[in-house]
Design a protein around this ligand. Sequence first.
Ligand code: AMP
Length: 282
Amino acid sequence: MEVIKTIKEMKEFSSQARGAQKTIAFVPTMGFFHEGHLSLMREGRRRGDLLILSLFVNPTQFGPNEDFENYPRDFIRDRKMAEEMAVDILFAPEVKEMYSPDHQTIVRVEKVTQNLCGKSRPTHFQGVSTIVLMLLEIVKPHVVIFGEKDYQQLITIQQMVKDLHMSVEVVGIPTLREPDGLAMSSRNSYLLPDERKAARALYRSLQRGKQLLQKGERRADQILHEVEGILEAEPLVRIDYVQVCDAHTLQDVNLIQGDVVIALAVYLGETRLIDNLVYQAF
Ligand code: AMP
């Protein structure tokens, strides 16, 4: 595995690879790898002749009072894990390589970013779409792989790629979970033992939502009531939102039909966790 730190070298590598008719699969990450990241890498390995991974903690997707400075980082461990996953290139630029002091351009995807996490993190998704557009331009992949864990992010990138007629396939990968159901996340490392225990309620609440849908419940307010009830029963959990949305437009639904997502965000102490469940209702 080669580690590349400059945009120039990354672009040269990719244009040579494309010239040699190699298919490039790309997995963008912020590092501190867990099994969820590894499953994206496995998918990339399957889909590309070459697998490129980026590791970049992107400052513009963090709000002013969020955890950019404290975001967990362990480059040596991540590099070893990437190597073991047969990654070809680890692209790990410095912040100043990606954002010049004169940087002025932001990419904003409109409707799908306004609900859910967009409400409490109003500049988050423009940070995401801007960095992903930059990375796609530099890495020039044929396929880019994201996790469904960050469902609104996946939809936002799909919308951007569609709107801007970009030549890349966007693939979503199901959420990897701990044995007790908690979605894997680099931020789980922040949780204190009691908070970690209480965090089981997230998956449990979504499973209850799924059970209701399977039984034929189609009133979103009934589902929200029960999902919130399970979360509220945990004194350490503070709800940011729980919503039932159309799985494509991310607008709230009252009467459920078609593809829906139950999405939630909660705080456990200082730590904000998200999770979701996508369901096809007939
Ligand atoms: P991050 O490093 O947190 O920005 O995540 C990098 C990629 O891994 C994103 O596409 C995430 O959606 C994905 N990801 C994060 N957690 C999981 C998980 N538990 N299962 C599957 N994919 C995940």
